[in-house]
Design a binder for this molecule. Structure first.
Ligand SMILES: [Zn+2]
Length: 200
């Protein structure tokens, strides 16, 4: 039986020719839940990152989705946007997820951006490390921003003069994306694009 990953209602399925042929995609959400997300396709161009494509608006449904996925650690929800991410990232040469601080990863039990990509069957390269080792909360926001950059290139990483695509869950102020893009460009990337699930 197929149930909606969000509301757990049974997904009503009438037999279709796709189903009979076994080529039908598995539905992860009921109609009501999938309609609650607002597809936006916002594209912005910049200097540090060349182009950002954000797929969805940050509405109430999306806020709840991320609360359940990231904070309540409902890892099964990574499947919900897998088709969208696969479509947008297919054929891109080097996909680079925004890394999570190692301490945070222990606390959250999984790297949520990596998991979105894994469920979308997109291969990715961890080229960046979170450079700050300070535990969050010990410093004020101003102190943190004035400190060292957020990311550094992994020691073994080799950057070529090609296009890299950074992936993050949410694009808010752009600080994260800009800092990650700057590291890749300073290391020799020709072009840095970004894909985010949400534009806040
Ligand atoms: Zn539902």
């Amino acid at each position: 039986m197929n149930r909606c990953l969000l509301c757990e209602q049974q997904i009503d399925r009438r037999p279709t020719w796709q189903g009979l042929l076994g080529v039908e995609k598995k539905q992860h959400l009921c109609v009501a839940c999938s309609k609650s997300f607002q597809r936006a396709d916002i594209i912005e161009e910049g200097e540090i990152f060349d182009r950002v494509h954000s797929l969805y608006d940050y509405n109430e449904a999306m806020r709840e989705f991320f609360h359940q996925y990231k904070f309540l650690q409902d890892i099964a929800l990574a499947a919900v946007f897998a088709d969208d991410l696969r479509t947008i990232l297919k054929g891109r040469k080097v996909v680079v997820p925004i890394p999570m601080h190692p301490l945070k990863r222990v606390e959250r039990t999984f790297a949520h951006v990596d998991e979105l990509l894994t469920r979308a069957s997109i291969s990715f390269h961890q080229l960046l490390d979170k450079s700050s080792t300070d535990v969050m909360g010990e410093k004020t926001r101003e102190e943190r921003l004035a400190m060292e950059p957020l990311f550094k290139l992994k020691e073994e990483a080799v950057i070529e003069p090609i296009t890299y695509t950074i992936v993050d869950d949410i694009y808010t102020t752009g600080t994260t994306l800009k800092q990650a893009a700057a590291v890749l460009k300073e290391s020799g990337a020709a072009r840095v694009e970004a894909v985010t699930l949400i534009r806040a």
